[in-house]
Design a protein. Structure first.
Length: 178
């Protein structure tokens, strides 16, 4: 009986150790009259870590410019949606070099699965988003081996402003996908 209790205690300890998550930051998005958005990113201590500005053209393609906390350009993301509703986003660094792509597919229930690839086309992770009846979105992030690497929860207020809180399994690693 002691042996069984010892094994059970070790199992519970390991599960708790590996299932712990850490608050790694948040972002707040605000939309203007034209539908363009500005997002401010903060670390877990509330310090500004950068911002993103998105502009959508008349064809529905979105270009997002990312800046660090000092306002320097650190990259862009360009999203294009095909006739089936699938979105492909190409990420580039500040010099215009391709750093990866993200491909999103939405099922008939409104759940979105995004596959992230590096600049060589290798799978580096996936994100699965689900939206509840109140409009809150929960996204689960997995690494290339299918291990849970964190989650994010987004809430949109009545003015269309979105606040996203992110949690990671590693206290020193952000799960930002850009």
């Amino acid at each position: 009986m002691k042996r069984f209790f010892l094994i059970l205690t070790n199992f519970v300890f390991c599960v708790c150790l590996y299932s712990q998550t850490f608050d790694v930051g948040s972002s707040t998005s605000r939309k203007d009259f034209f539908g363009n958005s500005t997002t401010t990113h903060q670390d877990r201590y509330g310090r500004n870590t950068g911002s993103s500005t998105s502009r959508t053209d008349i064809f529905g393609n979105t270009t997002t410019t990312h800046q660090d906390q000092y306002g320097r350009n650190i990259g862009t993301s360009t999203s294009r949606t095909d006739i089936f509703g699938n979105t492909t986003t190409t990420h580039q660094d500040q010099y215009g070099r391709n750093t990866g792509t993200s491909t999103s597919r939405t099922d008939i229930f409104g759940n979105t699965t995004t596959t992230h690839q590096d600049q060589y086309g290798r799978n580096i992770g996936t994100s699965t988003s689900r939206t509840d009846i109140f409009g809150n979105t929960t996204t689960t992030h997995e690494d290339s081996y299918g291990r849970n690497s964190g989650s994010s929860t987004s809430r949109t207020d009545i003015f269309g402003n979105t606040t996203t809180n992110q949690r990671s399994n590693n206290p020193n690693k952000s799960i930002w996908t850009w």
